[in-house]
Design a binder for this molecule. Structure first.
Ligand code: IVH
Length: 695
């Protein structure tokens, strides 16, 4: 890979690469490379400019605005995570959301119907966390990955509508959440000015807001017309209000802008009318909104409802219908994923869909291609809804256009892997065709490695898709354990194009940092089918330590029935996942990969979930089974409470069960408990136990 290119060629290549990455990042919100790789390319470009000033030209991206998150911004952990929202698109889906909440709270249908909500336009901007200590603004951070954001305090301070001091009622510590955005009219003005000055124009107001906030020089941010609407609470040392509408009043009193269209809605049944009204007004607003957020007004109910995954049970976003556009299909490419799934991807003539340039869309699978009868060369209708990958809705028939009715030939879905050539099988009842090459298939191996280093797994800064592919081709990294031996190739690495001693050092130290890893990230990083973040966390919590988990998995591999049953009984795991784990551990290569990793890593025990709840509660570590119907709360709420206190809830009674809570009409599980001599308690006793102090 060592280069024989002239400096001018190198410079042009780098410029093109950066422009493409910028476009992917700003135009599509789909970064193609890791931050470190991007920063490295930019540094390299500046270095070339210093050495060869004559190369500098107008398109120079290093002089453009709107750069990627920069290491110059410090990283800050949010006290309370910044989560996302579930979506609904229609009335029946909203009704389901409300009845799920009602069921969780054990409300009657009538009380469910009378739940009171607050509606807020969903601003399409950039979410921000504002920290105030003793009433003084002390920090502003971007959302980042939800747990850790970038410190943009100095930039956010320049926003004219940000109160720097809260007045009366300010808690000692409070995090306030909101959205930074740019008004459409100001966005067009800004773009016109940028164009006049020969500077970068932004694809949409959201990108303009993001680019303006992420300036290294806060004087530039100060000149940008940024607005701020606040709508949420993170961590607070004291409760602020009893209802969300009172909370919004308090925010207004402190001097914040709260969106004037926010409104309390006393009955769920009035919500569709509000949605219709706002959908009509949407185009007349001077800021982009992509839906409406509905939040249950009563904060004590919010607290009881809590979260499922990363989304609250007490709020949802009703999204407006997706944006559509028409374009030509240029090609269909079959991509091979980490688990061997063959996914058809449509390559399109680039087209603007609601402000974003789209050139790729998913075609899901073989059946979808047949259903649409889509062929290369066709004119297709495509849709983009929120953050979802754009999809093709239909083929525009030649009768509807002036085009000649000649079409390409029918697309034949391959029954062999396009990468390794192995047979691609489609199991009956499944929509997906999978390459059977396993780890002999290069595509699967590389995708697995990419998954291994990804953000929610090992999160290795500087090892993005491109570097993994390059290091794989060079033979430096063939399996995950090789990553931790990459320092053996240090001398070769520094000689590679695009790498230098500094960036190699950075990469190697980023790798060193990950030699210690939490068990859940480790399990997730292995990329086992159906083991996403949530299931990895469930497994980690259940088994506690790497050794326990590995022993159990080995037992599984020896077809030990009891282990299989224990595993299937973990709430949320079930037999399909147990089968996937069994299959994974049946493959000797996978065991070798794990042993190799284990010999190099320190895998941290899973901390009990009560680490964040009451310390050492009586129920911590116990295994409970609920049976029969509870009168004071739903089964889901009971389970959520038990888990908050550090207990595990399983479906079946076994020797490992600590006790069984008997609701009304308890049946076979009560009998099983008796047979096994396991303690049973009543609902009242359960409530006392759950409410008891720590011990
Ligand atoms: S509430 C736990 N309210 O939408 C509650 N979010 O899809 C989380 N957003 O990251 C957010 N307007 O950036 C909430 N009125 C509003 C909002 C809003 C815009 C954004 C926010 C969040 C994303 C969630």
């Amino acid at each position: 890979m060592s280069s024989k290119l002239t400096p001018a060629e190198l410079y042009n290549n780098l410029q093109e690469k950066i422009a493409r990455w910028d476009e992917a990042y700003h135009g599509h919100d789909e970064p193609e490379v890791s931050d470190a790789e991007y920063d490295h390319a930019r540094l390299e470009l500046s270095r070339l400019e210093r050495l060869h000033p004559e190369l500098k030209n107008q398109n120079n991206p290093s002089e453009r605005v709107g750069a990627k998150p920069n290491p110059a911004f410090g990283k800050v952990k949010h006290r309370a995570p910044m989560l996302s929202l579930g979506n609904v698109f229609a009335e029946d889906e909203f009704e389901q959301f409300v009845s799920r909440a009602g069921n969780f709270l054990g409300l009657s249908p009538e009380d469910t119907e009378n739940l009171c909500f607050v509606a807020e336009p969903k601003i399409d901007g950039l979410s921000i966390n504002l920290t105030y200590e003793n009433g003084q603004f002390t920090a502003g951070t971007t959302r980042g990955d939800g747990l850790v954001g970038e410190d943009v305090t100095n930039n956010i301070r320049t926003l004219k509508t940000l109160p720097l001091h809260l007045g009366k009622n300010a808690p000692e510590f409070i995090e306030i959440r909101g959205e930074v955005f740019m008004e459409k009219s100001r966005f067009f003005e800004l773009n016109a000015e940028q164009e006049k000055r020969g500077e970068k124009v932004f694809a949409n107001p959201r990108n303009a807001a993001a680019g303006s906030l992420r300036q290294l020089d806060s004087n530039i941010t100060a000149k940008r017309p940024l607005g701020l609407f606040v709508y949420g609470l993170g961590h607070s040392s004291h409760p602020v209000a009893k209802t969300h509408s009172e909370f919004l009043d308090q925010l207004r009193e402190w001097g914040f802008d709260v969106n004037p269209l926010s409104q309390r809605i006393d009955h769920a049944r009035d919500i569709p009318a509000y949605v219709e009204k706002l959908a009509r007004e949407r185009s007349g607003l001077d800021y982009d909104i992509d839906g409406i957020v509905f939040k249950i007004n009563d904060i004590s109910l919010q607290n009881r409802l809590g979260f499922v995954g990363r989304a609250p049970r007490w709020a949802t976003a009703w999204k407006f219908p997706a944006e559509q556009a028409i374009t030509h299909l240029k090609d269909i490419e079959i991509q091979v994923g980490r688990t061997g799934a063959l996914t058809p991807v449509a390559h399109l003539e680039p087209v603007n869909v609601g402000g974003v340039i789209v050139s790729r869309a998913t075609l899901h699978n073989e059946d979808e291609i047949n259903r649409l009868d889509v062929r290369v060369g066709d004119l297709v209708r495509l849709q983009r809804a929120g953050d979802v990958i754009p999809q093709i809705l239909s083929v525009i028939s030649p009768d509807d256009t002036n085009e000649l009715p000649s079409r390409g030939s029918k697309f034949i879905f391959p029954d062999h892997c396009p990468v390794c050539g192995a047979y691609a099988e489609r199991i009956q009842g499944e929509a997906v065709r999978r390459c059977t090459g396993g780890l002999t298939c290069e595509a699967q191996t590389v995708e697995r490695l990419i998954h291994f280093v990804s953000r929610n797994a090992f999160d290795i800064d500087g090892l993005g898709q491109r570097s993994i592919r390059a290091f794989y081709d060079l033979g430096f990294i063939k399996q995950p354990g090789d990553i931790f031996r990459l320092s053996n190739h240090k001398e070769e690495l520094v000689k590679l194009e695009g790498w230098g001693p500094q960036s190699v050092d950075n990469l190697l130290s980023a790798i060193e940092e990950r030699r210690t890893i939490p068990l859940s990230r480790f399990i997730y990083g292995l990329g086992i089918r159906r083991i996403g973040e949530r299931n990895a966390a469930l497994l980690a919590r259940h088994y506690g330590s790497f050794e326990n988990w590995l022993n159990a998995m080995r037992a599984l591999n020896n077809d030990e029935k009891e282990e299989y049953e224990t595993l299937s009984a973990i709430m949320g795991i079930g037999p399909a996942i147990a089968d996937e784990l069994t299959a994974f551990f049946h493959e000797p290569h996978n065991q070798t990969v794990i042993d190799d990793l284990a010999s190099q890593l320190t895998i941290e025990d899973a901390s009990s979930p009560i680490a964040s709840g009451p310390e050492g509660h009586k129920l911590a570590g116990e295994t409970l089974v609920f049976t029969g119907s509870l009168t004071t709360m739903s089964r889901s709420e009971a389970k959520a409470i038990a888990e908050r206190l550090g207990a595990q809830v399983t479906e079946t009674v076994s020797k490992k069960t600590s006790f069984v809570i008997l609701g009304e009409k308890a049946g076979s599980k009560a009998k099983k408990a008796q047979e096994l001599g396991i303690r049973t308690i009543s609902e009242d006793e359960w409530i006392k136990l759950a409410n008891s102090e720590t011990q």
